[in-house]
Design a protein around this ligand. Structure first.
Ligand code: ACO
Length: 358
């Protein structure tokens, strides 16, 4: 699982790296630079559930060098040492934990898991087996405060990785559904997309929750959300399930979040094109500036949209940022690059700083 040539060279100077990248592809790195600076001010322990993987170790090395986080490497000890030696990595100071060697800890975690899940069909026997899996083990470390955040998901599909997190950690108070956000950065400004990773077919009510959660996370990145609820119709121009649902979600969201700039339902180009908005829909709340936050009617649309842009649109994708978890857990996209992993670590650290303050 090697990345193309560049990954082999250690990134010596993070600011310069970002600067060069910005110059090369013209992407505005301000947002990520701010997150990285903030992460460094109070680095947190981040457990990597898939540390027997080259890209993860490479990312761990960089965040350690850059003093962004204190990595805990979870995985088969011999394999981790083999990779470190093979690629000549500097990972001194990282804690390596092999769940298979941790009998006492596994027993403790099994009992904790059993307490949480005994009325959800799990026996103590099941729990003893489950905590040997690194995603359960890693989530338990975050749950018990042995680590501040978890990064996983590089090598397994998203649903398999998110389930232990939902079962062990769950949602934060006041949140019904977690959802995934991507930040899409092009030359102009960052755009925020949700839900791109979790809820298959949210109802209008669930969309209202997703809108509230997304607005909060956009503010977490120091931007003021301007939300468009997307459909294949503009303000009642077509009928069907999606227009009806998104129109209703917009109506309810305006009531629930009176201070939020939001409108819909509308097509994606309408949301982003202020000329079009002003000419055809001057009554829209978004007519002045257009949207920077796009809420999709369902997972299919959101997931496909961000992946298309990532592959062909010249936009950098940062995410998926898992919103609404009680403690910071972030599930990577299968096959994320080292750079994407590092970005997610920085976000997880700032997420942990914020959550401990609450
Ligand atoms: N928010 C909060 N909690 C949730 C959510 C949610 N969105 N969805 C499920 N849960 C809870 C359930 O209520 C359940 O709680 P409980 O067991 O304590 O009562 C717990 O999580 C576990 O639920 P399960 O029944 O095991 O899982 P479920 O079948 O509900 O599936 C899942 C949840 C895995 C998130 C599912 O909805 C899913 O597969 N989503 C799509 C994931 C995906 O394929 N994404 C696209 C690819 S991602 C990418 O491209 C990067």
């Amino acid at each position: 699982a090697m990345e193309s040539g560049v990954a082999r060279q250690p990134i010596q100077n993070w600011e310069r790296y970002h600067h060069e990248l910005q110059a090369r592809i013209g992407i505005d790195q301000k947002l990520m630079n701010r997150v990285i600076t903030q992460a460094r001010q109070n680095p947190k322990t981040v457990v990597f559930a898939e540390a027997d993987n080259y890209k993860i170790l490479k990312a761990a090395q960089t965040v350690l060098e850059q003093k962004l986080a204190y990595p805990i490497l979870l995985g088969e000890r011999a394999r981790i040492h083999e990779l470190i030696a093979e690629f000549n990595m500097e990972l001194e100071g990282c804690v390596i934990i092999d769940p298979r060697e941790e009998d006492a800890k596994c027993e403790k975690f099994a009992h904790l898991l059993y307490e949480k899940r005994k009325r959800k069909g799990l026996s103590l026997y099941d729990c003893r087996k489950l905590v040997r899996y690194r995603n359960y083990f890693g989530c338990m470390m975050v749950e018990t405060g042995e680590a501040d955040a978890l990064i996983s998901g590089l090598t397994r599909d998203y649903s398999t990785t998110i389930k232990p997190a939902l079962q062990v950690i769950g949602v934060e108070e006041g949140v019904n559904k977690v959802a995934g956000m991507y930040i899409m950065q092009n030359k102009k400004e960052p755009y925020f997309f949700a839900d791109t990773t979790v809820n298959l077919q949210p109802t209008a009510e669930e969309l209202v929750d997703i809108i509230g959660l997304t607005a909060r996370y956009v503010r977490f990145f120091d931007r003021e959300p301007r939300v468009a609820v997307l459909s294949y119709s503009n303000f009642g121009s077509s009928s069907g399930q999606v227009p009806t649902k998104t129109r209703e979600a917009t109506r309810l969201a305006k009531l629930r979040y009176p201070d939020l700039l939001i409108d819909g339902e509308m097509q994606a180009n309408t949301a982003l094109n202020t000329d079009l908005l002003r000419e055809h829909y001057p009554f829209s709340e978004l007519a002045n500036e257009g949207a920077n936050t796009l809420v999709f009617p369902g997972l299919a649309a959101g997931n496909i949209a961000y992946k298309l842009l990532q592959e062909m649109g010249g936009a950098e994708a940062i995410g998926p940022i898992l919103m609404g978890m009680r403690k910071p857990v972030h599930i990577l996209q299968l096959g994320s690059s080292v750079r994407e992993i590092i970005n997610m670590v920085a976000i997880a650290v700032v997420d942990a700083q914020t959550k401990t303050k609450l």
